[in-house]
Design a protein. Structure first.
Ligand SMILES: [Zn+2]
Ligand SMILES: [Zn+2]
Length: 227
């Protein structure tokens, strides 16, 4: 498994191109913005983009979907069904963040409607990219239809905005729920082995073991708004 990371948007989101070293098939997880760097990387390395996979529908994770799909039209666009409303709301998301309509173009946020999903990912299914097999796990709490992708042979999980190094995703946005997020992380991420590498939607990589030991949201050291 080869993972190339592109840090994108003002939110410093980790867009990943994940490819099979044997077959050259690839997927892009969370294309944050239209990006020549991503397209050139795929072409220069002769990779076949099979899928654009979205952990969830926030603009910093999906803003590059339309451009990438246009360049690689055979790539599937995949996300969880419970995330469809957020995904299709892309052109309106900046306005909900308080950005004024006349500022959208200057900020690179004048989004068009994103392409229709090819199909929806289901909890427990295995997404195959070449010889790689990614187990899809529904992990709500940051948003309703957030997913994480676990590759068991490679001992790697892509956690989007559920779990970060030393932190967790926001739960104050629409669809967010703190208790649900903690329960999701415990059930869907912490049940993987301690030696699993965690590749997060923002910030550095970590491991399940390190987070079990150090993450104040998981050790019980820090409980938001609780006694
Ligand atoms: Zn998010
Ligand atoms: Zn994010």
């Amino acid at each position: 498994m080869i993972v190339e990371t592109f840090v994108q948007t003002a939110f410093q989101q980790n867009t990943r191109v994940v490819s099979c070293g044997v077959t050259g098939e690839a997927m892009c997880i969370d294309p944050g913005e239209p990006s020549d760097a991503v397209q050139n990387y795929l072409r220069d390395n002769g990779l076949e983009l099979r899928a654009i996979v979205l952990t969830h529908g926030h603009l910093d994770h999906i803003g590059g979907t339309a451009a990438l799909k246009q360049e690689f039209p055979t790539a599937e666009v995949l996300l969880h069904a419970e995330e469809e409303d957020l995904y299709t709301s892309l052109p309106r998301q900046p306005l909900l963040m308080g950005i004024q309509p006349h500022q959208l173009a200057a900020m690179g946020m004048d989004y068009e409607d994103p392409p229709k999903p090819t199909r929806f990912l289901e909890h427990g299914e295995a997404l195959e990219i070449g010889k790689l097999k990614f187990e899809i796990r529904h992990c709500p709490g940051h948003t309703l239809g957030h997913i994480v992708l676990a590759e068991h042979d490679q001992k790697t999980v892509f956690t989007g905005d559920c779990l970060f190094s030393g932190s967790i995703g926001r739960t104050d946005l629409p669809g967010g729920n703190y208790d649900r997020l903690i329960a999701s992380i415990n059930a869907q991420v912490m049940t993987l082995g301690d030696d699993f590498k965690v590749m997060c939607g923002h910030g550095p990589d970590t491991t399940v073991g390190l987070e079990r030991e150090m993450n104040p949201f998981l050790t019980g050291q820090y409980q938001l708004g609780r006694q």
